[in-house]
Design a protein around this ligand. Structure first.
Ligand SMILES: NC(=O)c1ccc[n+]([C@@H]2O[C@H](COP(=O)([O-])OP(=O)(O)OC[C@H]3O[C@@H](n4cnc5c(N)ncnc54)[C@H](OP(=O)(O)O)[C@@H]3O)[C@@H](O)[C@H]2O)c1
Length: 425
């Protein structure tokens, strides 16, 4: 039986001694990209882990669709590591393991973002540990930093690039590729699945932001509560124009305190050059945590990949073995705020007739949208009006865009992209 969640490190060491240096048995559910890499990494690192911990971790059994039997694996394990993915039967297996008093480790963001509270509650009730560092940003240790290093710091905001596939695609688009070319390149390089919809729609990032919001603010956030938009509608033109305003384009997840509640969302956003996430390129992940006491801390690194993700999973295993993890905190109830204020980039294809700019600014003014900068390009029937606004409620910007789409001089649906205004230099 595993050490209880509240057990201090000295007791964990004592229980290792009581185990007489017996192997620490890890049941591995899933042996694909991450599971296979984890098994290799564990055997490579077992001796070193035994040296400081007194027990050698060993894989006591493996479950795949064609191999192993769950009940048998569970009976012979000290810890269950779930690397299957999907919500079922992963949920059922993790609950069964915790009910049997076993600690568990998972990398499963879909499961945690949809059934997190049930799993956390079970872990608390049974006094077992539930670790999930690899579920949010691969090898980037953001879960541990929020749970431990910053546990006494009231977090104000988290911004994250938590999907490497979309960051790779946007990096390629910034270098001149079209969306279709950049996606094809991501697939050839192994950064995007054959079916990339979870990544490019923003849903994968939304699952991760739901988990981060729960950690940072203590309030349960279900995947369905996260507003998300993907990158499929972006054009190289948008990136080109934004560059003129000194902006770069990223798919950004945001979790922040707003108006007595919490707002969690994922959407493409322009960043000024001074934002720490502006320089994150290629398939990397990065998370910026903001709080009054710390100003800003940014962590970045590989967000996926078998060996990289496996290293975060093995870190969780060691944390369980050494008694370093605390049980998940009980939930707080904070309202989820949906209609927040953002600065916007606005792109209009217009016929350049007298009075066009006046009509556009009048409509924006009626919705209390104030303009920070504006660029006009082209002439006669093919002019483009590109603006950056000051922060305004999303509902007001939507209303203005809807009205402008009806103007007879507007040639195609107006496009908007949010702008993140913070800079830390
Ligand atoms: N890949 C990454 O870079 C990455 C990064 C961060 C987090 N993750 C997370 O890590 C987890 C694993 O991802 P992966 O990329 O390693 O997946 P994968 O390559 O598809 O491997 C999944 C493994 O789980 C097994 N499996 C799936 N459903 C099962 C079932 N119903 N019963 C028994 N075994 C089952 C599969 O068995 P078969 O071999 O028989 O098909 C396979 O061995 C997911 O939660 C994923 O979100 C992955």
């Amino acid at each position: 039986m595993s050490a209880s969640a509240a057990q201090p490190r000295a007791e964990a060491a004592a229980s290792a001694q009581a185990a007489g240096g017996a192997p620490f048995r890890v049941a591995l559910l899933g042996h694909g990209t991450v599971g296979g890499a984890f098994a290799v990494l564990l055997s490579e690192r077992a001796e070193e882990i035994e040296r400081f911990n007194g027990r050698r971790p060993v894989i006591s059994g493996v479950l795949t669709r064609s191999r192993g039997e769950f009940a048998e694996l569970l009976a012979g394990a000290d810890l269950v590591v779930e690397l299957m993915g999907g919500t079922e039967p992963a949920r059922e297996y993790l609950l069964a393991a915790m009910h049997a008093g076993k600690d568990v480790v998972t990398a499963n963001k879909q499961l945690l973002s949809q059934h997190g509270e049930e799993l956390f509650e079970t872990a608390r009730e049974r006094g077992v540990r539930l670790r999930f560092e690899a579920a949010v940003a691969g090898a980037v240790p953001v879960v541990r930093v929020l749970e431990e290093s910053l546990s006494a710091t009231p977090i104000e905001r988290i911004h994250g690039i938590v999907n490497g596939t979309t960051n790779f695609i946007l990096t390629e688009m910034s270098a001149g590729a079209s969306y279709a070319e950049a996606l094809a390149q991501a697939q050839r390089s192994g950064y995007a699945e054959a079916d990339p919809s979870d990544d490019v729609s923003g849903r994968d990032a939304a699952a991760k932001m739901a988990i981060l919001a729960r950690l940072a603010f203590g309030t349960p956030v279900h995947l369905d509560d996260v507003l998300y938009e993907g990158i499929e509608q972006l054009s190289s033109d948008d990136i080109e124009y934004a560059r003129e305003f000194g902006l770069g384009l990223k798919l950004i997840g945001t979790a922040e305190r707003r108006e007595g509640g919490v707002s969690v969302r994922v959407h493409p956003a322009f960043l000024y050059g001074g934002h720490p996430l502006a320089s994150v390129v290629g398939p990397f992940n990065a998370v910026t945590v903001e709080a009054e006491a710390i100003t800003e801390i940014t962590m970045s690194g590989p967000g996926a990949g078998g060996r990289q993700t496996a290293s975060a999973v093995l870190g969780d295993v060691v944390s369980v073995m050494t008694g370093g993890a605390r049980p998940p905190a009980p939930p707080l109830a904070l309202p989820l705020v949906k209609d927040v204020a953002n600065a916007f980039y606005l792109h209009l294809d217009v016929a350049d007739h007298p009075g066009v700019l006046a009509a556009v600014t009048k409509e924006l003014g009626e919705q209390q949208v104030s303009i920070k900068s504006v660029v006009q390009r082209g002439m006669s029937e093919n002019a483009r009006l590109v603006m950056v606004t000051h922060p305004v409620r999303e509902s007001r910007m939507r209303a203005a865009v809807q009205a402008m789409a009806g103007f007879d001089f507007v040639r195609s649906p107006p496009r908007t992209i949010r702008v993140i205004e913070e800079e830390f230099i």
